[in-house]
Ligand binder design. Structure first.
Ligand SMILES: *[C@@H]1O[C@H](CO)[C@@H](O)[C@H](O)[C@H]1NC(C)=O
Ligand SMILES: *[C@@H]1O[C@H](CO)[C@@H](O)[C@H](O)[C@H]1NC(C)=O
Ligand SMILES: *[C@@H]1O[C@H](CO)[C@@H](O)[C@H](O)[C@H]1NC(C)=O
Ligand SMILES: *[C@@H]1O[C@H](CO)[C@@H](O)[C@H](O)[C@H]1NC(C)=O
Ligand SMILES: *[C@@H]1O[C@H](CO)[C@@H](O)[C@H](O)[C@H]1NC(C)=O
Ligand SMILES: *[C@@H]1O[C@H](CO)[C@@H](O)[C@H](O)[C@H]1NC(C)=O
Ligand SMILES: *[C@@H]1O[C@H](CO)[C@@H](O)[C@H](O)[C@H]1NC(C)=O
Ligand SMILES: *[C@@H]1O[C@H](CO)[C@@H](O)[C@H](O)[C@H]1NC(C)=O
Length: 685
């Protein structure tokens, strides 16, 4: 091996291949990662998963498991019986095996005949020559993100068309990290589908994040991460492929990354049996500069997303994903991106469902995420200030571009002004907003959308004093604060803390004018014009604020008392922006964060089951049969109690799902307030 280092690059890759990670080809089998994930992360180390291989005799099963660095599954461990029973019951539900199917497990030491297990955790002695599917052990340990055990025996190599990719497994799923979906982009040009000479990838580490506000990253950042419970084998039918959840991170289009542990896809993958794809895309001025030169038309970050979607279409089958069931989802700026893609001629056709979460629309900071500038409108807003701040003002736009290309990337994104705005470029984005009035083409796909009850509370400051009028004037230019007060529509609560009472009003107004009113109006208009086959609308009234984003702390955190050292979610507090992410992703464990009460775990199960149900069936109501088969009794009880989440337009035209405990249906809120604020239901016609 030493000799290899005297060569350049290529032999290093050969060296990687020669390490000899197992592969579906070498095992002549698909690999199904089985892990009964209840999201109760403190007990995760006590749940052991298994890797299911296709039928073979016992000797071959033993050696196949060895090739994975494992043994046949040993029937022990605290949760063994119930976990294996649920897992086998799910395989049966999926129609993959009859109920009576036996699977190889480890032979008792000293035992002569071979052993199988079947549903009911029923263990039997049998002839070693039978040809049966095999359950290998899965010993990659549970660790929070950023602390993975990458022992080479956990590596897995797959072929994806022309690519050879080595990823690894952890306790929750197979992971393929840092794959380039686009060619390294030249600054201010559109990305293209990866076509590099490199065909062999060590995908066990994240790729670089994109250069961003706050520092760090590279311009060579068009990477994605894949988390999958299933890797197909030579004979895998299309029907065995899993739904894909294609995630676009938020961060105001100026920050964020696919590598954020908040978006680690392992829990969704194993809990929901979906393939998760997290992508990077270019940010800030590097992602969104547009000049009036006819060439530099902006939306580079959006273009990156469309390229990532095209990559998924081309390659995801090899990672177990079904290219015909790709759900795009994202929160905050990620929701804005989802909406842009919904109407993008460069994306339509490459996804089949969408979940924009907490989309910003309306006034103030929210405006530009849903109402796009023309390229010329962007000039005074962002480009001119950037030219002043960089000293790149030139008569000839070609010189401007050359100058901006010479500015250090890090400097560019940390200027006082940056271009972080979607523009109407005529190719990726063709209308000034999502045409929910049906005036131009939109992907006709089912949509789940909604927000946090107090989404706006993160976008204003805590009042410096308790004067209602000046503080309302501080968050709303029109109608006037006096008119707002006189309307009686926004009464100031009479609590013990007068600045908090004022904040209640300013947060309510801000939630209305930056999220609620226009998101509700957009849904109503889309319904009115049959833009989408179905729209399910939600409001979270439970939240667990991300420690990394906790504005106006502690107002977005459950109040702490003696009985609840981590906060009591049953008390009132603001349910702020990003407060749903841990629940939807099931990722408290990635940060080793505690469950505050007994409902946090149940609610996390519910939220992630709801999101993955939509990805799987295009209906956010997880079927009782599925939940029963999987042993997801917590979610089953909640949805039985909460009834069906009806889409808009049925008996309850303005049906709102209150994602809360208890789970229940309600109806759009703040209707009179939105009318008064000039953002009524018929805003979009
Ligand atoms: C992948 O890279 C890691 C180091 O990051 C190394 O330990 C491992 O051996 C590599 N695997 C292959 C197949 O090259
Ligand atoms: C189960 O048995 C295997 C093999 O003997 C051993 O390595 C493992 O620690 C055991 N696990 C538990 C949870 O007892
Ligand atoms: C969708 O992906 C395919 C496969 O990569 C690509 O050829 C096609 O151009 C993409 N469609 C659109 C609308 O971009
Ligand atoms: C750029 O230079 C031109 C010509 O000197 C001037 O008219 C214009 O205001 C300048 N723009 C900025 C943003 O400084
Ligand atoms: C009012 O509530 C805010 C936010 O929780 C807190 O910072 C402030 O100390 C409280 N004021 C009083 C007088 O309790
Ligand atoms: C929202 O949750 C709080 C507890 O944090 C509860 O007091 C309140 O009644 C809930 N609101 C609705 C509309 O259910
Ligand atoms: C805000 O005030 C309303 C009464 O107007 C109250 O129902 C609600 O619980 C308050 N919100 C918070 C987070 O305290
Ligand atoms: C529904 O559509 C009709 C006709 O296109 C329009 O007149 C009406 O204002 C729309 N209603 C809403 C609430 O947008």
């Amino acid at each position: 091996m030493r000799l290899a280092t005297t060569f350049i690059a290529l032999p290093l890759l050969f060296a990687g291949v020669m390490v000899g990670a197992a592969s579906p080809a070498s095992l002549s089998s698909s690999l199904t990662f089985l892990y009964q994930n209840d999201l109760d992360w403190p007990t995760a180390p006590d749940h052991s998963g298994a890797i299911l291989l296709e039928p073979r005799n016992n000797r071959a099963a033993v050696s196949s498991c060895e090739a994975l660095g494992e043994t046949l599954l040993v029937p022990n461990g605290t949760f063994f019986k119930s976990d294996v029973n649920s897992l086998l019951s799910y395989l049966n539900f999926e129609g993959l095996f009859p109920t009576s199917q036996e699977f190889w497990i480890a032979t008792k030491s000293g035992g002569g005949s071979c052993q199988t297990i079947s549903k009911g955790a029923d263990i039997r002695d049998t002839s070693c020559e039978r040809v049966l599917p095999a359950l290998c052990s899965q010993s990659a340990p549970f660790r929070p993100s950023g602390d993975q055990d990458k022992d080479p025996r956990f590596e897995l190599t797959i072929s994806a068309q022309d690519l050879t990719v080595t990823g690894y497994r952890d306790h929750l799923s197979f992971r393929f990290l840092g794959l380039p979906y686009g060619n390294p982009p030249e600054r201010f040009t559109y990305s293209t589908l990866f076509s590099g000479a490199q065909k062999v990838f060590n995908a066990t580490n994240f790729g670089s994040q994109c250069v961003q506000t706050g520092g760090g990253g590279s311009e060579d950042c068009l990477f994605l991460n894949i988390f999958t419970p299933f890797v197909p084998g030579p004979g895998t039918p299309k029907s065995a492929l899993k739904p894909v959840m294609f995630h676009i991170h938020g961060g105001s289009f100026t920050s964020g990354s696919a590598n954020d542990a908040t978006f680690d896809g392992g829990n969704l993958a194993s809990r929901g049996d979906v393939v998760v794809v997290d992508i990077n895309y270019r940010l800030s001025t590097l992602g969104f500069l547009a000049l009036e030169d006819g060439v530099t038309n902006g939306n580079f970050g959006i273009a990156d997303m469309t390229v990532a979607l095209a990559w998924v279409q081309k390659y995801i089958t090899s990672f177990g994903g079904d290219p015909d069931r790709v759900t795009i989802f994202g929160q905050s700026a990620g929701a804005a991106a989802v909406r842009a893609l919904l109407a993008s001629p460069e994306a339509i056709g490459n996804f089949s469902a969408a979940i924009p979460m907490s989309n910003l629309a309306g006034e103030n900071f929210a405006t530009s995420f849903s109402l796009y500038f023309t390229i010329s409108q962007l000039q005074p807003v962002a480009v001119d200030p950037i030219l002043t701040e960089t000293g790149c003002n030139r008569t000839d736009l070609a010189d401007v571009l050359a100058c901006l290309r010479s500015v250090d990337a890090e400097t560019l994104v940390n200027l006082p002004d940056v271009a972080r705005f979607i523009v109407i470029d005529g190719k990726f984005v063709t209308s000034e907003q999502l045409p929910v009035d049906g005036s131009s083409p939109v992907a006709h796909v089912p949509v789940v959308m909604g927000f946090m009850r107090d989404d706006g509370a993160a976008f204003i400051g805590f009042p410096p004093n308790s004067d209602v009028t000046t503080n309302i004037a501080g968050v709303l230019s029109s109608p006037s604060a006096a008119d707002v007060e006189a309307s009686g529509l926004f009464p100031t609560p009479a609590g013990p803390n007068s600045t908090l009472d004022v904040f209640n009003v300013t947060a309510r107004i801000t939630t209305d004018v930056e999220f609620r009113c226009l998101d509700q109006a957009a849904a109503i208009s889309a319904l009115n014009h049959s833009v989408f086959p179905d729209i399910w609308f939600y409001q979270f009234n439970k939240s667990y604020q991300t420690p990394g984003f906790d504005p106006n702390a502690p107002v977005c955190d459950a109040p702490i008392d003696a009985a609840h050292p981590h906060g009591d979610p049953s008390q009132e507090y603001f349910k702020c922006h990003s407060g749903e992410l841990f629940f939807v992703w099931g990722n408290l464990g990635q940060f080793q964060l505690p469950f505050r009460d007994e409902n946090d775990l149940l609610f996390s199960q519910l939220a992630s089951d709801t999101w993955t149900s939509f990805a799987r069936t295009h209906d956010p109501n997880p079927s009782h049969a599925f939940l029963t088969a999987r042993g997801y009794t917590g979610t089953l009880a909640l949805v039985k109690e909460g009834g069906i989440w009806e889409p808009l337009g049925g008996q309850n035209e303005r049906a709102l799902r209150l994602l809360d405990m208890p789970l229940r249906m309600s109806t759009f809120e703040e209707v009179a307030q939105c009318d008064f604020l000039g953002l009524p239901f018929d805003t979009f016609g």
